[in-house]
Design a protein around this ligand. Sequence first.
Ligand code: MN
Length: 302
Amino acid sequence: MSAQPKQSLAVNPHRSIEGIYKAPGLHWVGDGFRVAGYFSVIPNAVRKLDPFLLLDYHPAYHYAPSEKPRGVGVHPHRGFETVTLAFQGSVAHHDSTGAGGVIGPGDVQWMTAASGILHKEYHEANFSRQGGTFQMAQLWVNLPKTHKMGSPRYQGIVAKDMGQVRLPHEAGLVRVVAGTFQGVKGPAMTHSPMSLLDIQLNEGGTVSLDFPAAFSLGMVVMAGDISINDSANATLHDFIVFERDGEHVLVNAKTKSQLLVMAGQPLNEPIVQYGPFVMNTEREIQEAFVDFQGGRFGYLED
Ligand code: MN
């Protein structure tokens, strides 16, 4: 008999921070989107953040009035989803399935390219004509192998339909786009388990984020200064990548803050990407080119 009971290994319920990354320099996508491409500065980002493939964040920027809407012309996608979140200003989208829509502040467009679409993305015409401040984010979400060649789908989700959780003690507001937070479900339909949250915290406000330890987790600080697990600090435009070693993250807002939080179950499937095509094998990328050049992504007028 041992004299003393074995000390149980204390499992740290907190997730560790893998890294806190500063925003890369801004670059233009077309002539309408002035973005920071965060995944380009995070080594092995698509593994650490699987199933997320890309985050282009467009910080607030003032555009002068323009009769010709700024944006990106017709281009293809296959094998994944583009998720566009408008925070200020309005974005218009049209695609080769005939789907299209305009999203404004607080709205989200969840576009499943799957087997292939052509689309164009522009500032909405009235917004463009008047000019104004524009702020948005676009996230690319990978599709499981079994859904890559499925049918395209467009979900236009307006702000009033988001899941909403008011945090106690006037700490702030959690808008649930996808997945659940404290039992409140977001409206977006996804192809694998994930959560996408827009979190607004008042100064001193605290939020506890709990996702399965196996989920990838990342967040971008869109406004303010925060502390994480009472041990690390992050500031405006930082992107925080977490390890998959715990369930719990505590965020405290040192100043009024806003976070975009993405969490998801990794697909753990091979990724072969060539520009706007994200598949599992080189051969499937070649097929994507053949299909695109053969007009099998449909037609969309410029
Ligand atoms: Mn696109």
